[in-house]
Design a protein around this ligand. Structure first.
Ligand code: APR
Ligand code: PHB
Length: 389
């Protein structure tokens, strides 16, 4: 098999990139390790920046987004029982849209066949060959048979654990990492949200988040130690904590319902500055991870592939290599600012085991400053809606 652009991974980065290239008539094939239903079933964040919704509108894959997306003009931080509203519409003229990554992935899959975007699911043992040579190719196994896919370029959209970053020689990798000593325990349930806008709360027991997917589906999280196990959290115990935490803050009460999903995710900040190795490029979680505070992960994947698709289109249309040459520097400029914001919000809102009463006072002092300072609120709002491309 031969294609122009071989993409590894059918997450948001790979799917958006594939569609953007197909819209310009560029051939590409996505090679995905999992089944379609597995990828569609993954529950991830659901706050889209305008950078991301613009891509969906440009592709015309926006019927679901237009019908079900909730435009949010503000969100809230909480210092104990005090709600601090960040009026993003007034402060920036912008907004974010609540639309689940699950729903977005479903829409991108559904539009693939009619647009000639080929996705090979259940491809095992995907390997990258000759990434820094003139004739790169992938090998993989599917339905018991070995395959080879030759391409002009290979794009690693295979998430943090995929093979593409590992194909870059260790000596060429420039990596930066920060791990956190806690995770987020999340619950998804078909109950109305307790508040019309998201609430990121810092309190005596640490961080909690009230989020949503729609007017009838809620998503909540609480901070838990890394040693925390799901078995320790019967649903009723988690609802008790959420109810106690959000009752003083939210407009409506916390409504309980059976969990559609519960999981614990660790928090990590990570950047691999080596986003290109010859004809191999990295995009999305393959190159960087942010802690979920601020919901930047999916939006950074979208901005990476916006840059990369423009660069590939310039290459094929006009033989202009400048986009490909400049991809890494351009992407990293936006990535580091999103890393900073996600790290800042994480530091501001969580209980760190190494912190004492002084650091907790610092968090409260900062939140009280935010509560009174329009300049601080504007800085937070402009990062939350996403910095321009
Ligand atoms: N071979 C083929 N595909 C693979 C392999 C492999 N060896 N390893 C991983 N993949 C696939 C995964 O199954 C997944 O579908 O790559 C895809 C990577 O998708 P994501 O992890 O979602 O990463 P990305 O597309 O960069 O999206 C980033 O979305 O999932 C969130 O937390 C993530 O918010 C972040 C954003
Ligand atoms: C979510 O709804 O899953 C969500 C929202 C905002 C975040 C993280 C996750 O910052």
């Amino acid at each position: 098999m031969r294609t122009q652009v071989a993409i590894i991974g059918a997450g948001p980065a790979g799917l958006l990139l594939g569609h953007l290239l197909r819209a310009e008539g560029i051939d590409c094939v996505i090679v995905e390790r999992q089944t379609r239903s597995h990828v569609e079933g993954r529950i991830r964040a659901g706050v889209l920046e305008t950078v991301t919704t613009d891509l969906l509108h440009r592709l015309g894959i926006d019927a679901g987004l237009n019908a079900e997306g909730l435009v949010e003009d503000g969100f809230n931080l909480a210092d104990h029982d005090q709600l601090i509203r960040i009026d993003i519409a007034r402060l920036t003229g912008g907004h974010v849209v609540v639309y689940g990554q699950t729903e977005m992935t479903r829409d991108l899959f559904a539009a693939a066949p009619e647009r000639g975007l080929e996705i090979l699911f259940e491809a095992a043992d995907v390997r990258i060959h000759d990434a820094d040579g003139a004739g790169p190719f992938l090998s993989f196994t599917r339905e018991g048979a070995g395959h080879r896919l030759d391409a002009d370029f290979i794009i690693g959209c295979d998430g943090f654990h995929g093979p593409s970053r590992k194909a870059i020689p260790a000596a060429a990798l420039r990596e930066y990492e920060r791990q956190y000593a806690f995770g987020w325990l999340g619950i998804l349930a078909d109950v109305p949200p307790c508040h019309p806008e998201l609430i990121y709360a810092n309190g005596a027991a640490g961080f909690a988040l009230a989020s949503m997917r729609s007017t009838t589906r809620s998503r909540y999280y609480i901070q838990v130690p890394l040693s925390g196990r799901l078995e320790d959290w019967p649903e009723a115990r988690l609802w008790d904590v959420l109810e106690a935490r959000f009752a003083p803050l939210a407009e409506q009460g916390v409504v309980r319902g059976p969990a559609l999903e519960m999981s614990i995710a660790p928090l990590r900040s990570y950047v691999c500055e080596t986003m290109r190795h010859g004809r191999l490029f990295l995009a999305g979680d393959a190159a960087h991870i942010v802690p979920p505070t601020g919901a930047k992960g999916l939006n950074l994947a979208a901005s990476d592939v916006a840059y990369l698709s423009d660069a590939l289109i310039d290459h094929y249309r006009r033989g202009d290599e400048s986009g490909l040459t400049g991809y890494q520097a351009k992407a990293l400029a936006r990535i580091w600012k999103a890393e900073r914001f996600s790290w800042y919000l994480t530091k501001l809102m969580h209980r760190f085991p190494e912190d004492g009463p002084f650091e907790q006072r610092m968090q409260s002092a900062e939140l009280q400053y935010v509560a009174r300072s329009e300049a601080m609120q504007t800085a937070i709002a402009e990062n939350y809606i996403g910095l321009p491309l």
